[in-house]
Design a protein around this ligand. Structure first.
Ligand SMILES: *Cc1c(COP(=O)(O)O)cnc(C)c1O
Length: 360
């Protein structure tokens, strides 16, 4: 068996310990005689799995008691609709456009109410985070929406926007559990787990309790109401049970690693190796404004599309997979999520050095 260094933006690398443990439990989960995939989501055994997952996530993020944790389906993209359907009480919301995911969320919200794009970094191909200290927040805005880490472009908010008292809603799909967060600063935090936590098919929503009401847009389907899932403890219908089980294992892995403070230190150390190399390189360069650089997604280019393609192909042959940039931006992107070991980044950097010497 040969595992590669997988720099995919998502679905992405998971901790090897977690995968091994899941493999050991595949045929017989702790004496049940069946796999977690095969058991009733109403069973005592699964109840323990989902409750422990929630408790561990609460501990990791320090989630206060007045926030609900929901394990849902439909990916992050379904939240683009669920958020306006459930939160647009006045029919107004402000969106900050820092990339494709924020733009898609904004476009979806336009179907349901008066969504406004109050800031954007589209003018420079989303290579920076706009100044959000004094934005024209609408007086009637039900919330202000951000995409906190921009997976495709490699930018990250280092300070949250001044929402002037409005609720902050954040898509953290690609920076989930990469560093400590102050949950109380948000009304709703959500993310698809396939970037930094688990297998595709689960989206986690952390929502302040007072925002979960029956007062939703008319015709909102039962399945798309937060209240439906909050009232049922994420067991209104069959949840993505196996995915939740793997997420639970990743939460325990993170706790063992020292929690989110330790994770942040590790992620900073890892990202610094790559960014320092890019800053000193005569061939490669990073595409993001330095102060807005993501710790999770690192886009870079040579400035020559043919050379970029050559690099991606030679890197793949050397065991560094999925380094091709998003189809909309080209170049390269190394996603270095929690589960990417530091050796992976060290070896990639050494490989880039070699490539530079051979191609300069
Ligand atoms: C991947 C991604 C999405 C889309 O996730 P799906 O689960 O495929 O819908 C949304 N937002 C961000 C920030 C992402 O990285």
């Amino acid at each position: 068996m040969a595992r590669v260094y997988n720099f995919s933006a998502g679905p992405a690398v998971l901790p090897e310990e977690v995968l091994k443990e899941a493999a050991e439990e595949m045929l017989d989960y702790r004496g049940c005689g069946m796999s977690v995939m095969e058991m009733s989501h109403r069973s005592k055994v699964f109840e323990t799995i989902i409750q422990e997952a929630e408790a561990d996530l609460r501990e990791l993020m320090g989630i206060p008691d007045n926030y609900k944790v929901l394990f849902l389906q439909g990916g992050a993209s379904q939240q683009f609709a669920m958020i306006p359907m459930n939160l647009m009480k006045n029919g107004v919301a402000d969106y900050i456009i820092t990339g494709q995911w924020a733009k898609k969320a904004y476009q979806e919200a336009c179907l349901y109410g008066n969504a406004k794009a109050i800031a954007s970094s589209a003018d420079k191909t989303f290579s920076y985070i706009p100044d959000c200290s004094d934005l024209p927040i609408d007086e009637d805005a039900d919330y202000v929406y951000i995409c906190e880490n921009n997976t495709i472009y490699g930018t990250k908010y280092k300070t949250l926007p001044n929402t002037k008292g409005k609720i902050l809603v954040s898509d953290v799909s690609s920076c989930f559990l990469s560093e400590p967060v102050d949950v109380t600063r948000y009304g709703l935090i959500y993310g698809g787990v396939q970037k930094n936590i688990g297998p595709a098919g689960v989206v986690i929503v952390i929502i302040r309790e007072d925002l979960i009401t029956e007062d939703v847009l008319p015709q909102t389907p039962t399945m798309l109401r937060y209240k439906t899932h909050a009232d049922a403890g994420s067991l209104y219908n069959t949840p993505p049970a196996y995915g939740i089980y793997i997420c639970g294992k990743v939460f325990k892995w993170l706790k063992k690693k020292g929690g989110l403070t330790a994770m942040k230190e590790y992620n900073e150390k890892k990202a610094k190796i790559l960014y320092d190399f890019l800053d000193g390189s005569k061939l490669f360069y990073g595409t993001v404004r330095k102060e807005d650089r993501s710790l999770m997604n690192v886009p870079f280019v040579t400035g020559n599309a043919d050379l970029d393609a050559k690099f991606v192909s030679e890197a793949k042959a050397a065991g560094f997979e999925n380094l091709k940039g998003h189809r909309s931006v080209g170049g390269m992107r190394a996603s270095i999520y929690n589960a990417m070991p530091i050796e992976g980044v060290e070896k990639l950097t050494a490989f880039m050095k070699q490539f530079e010497a051979a191609n300069l």
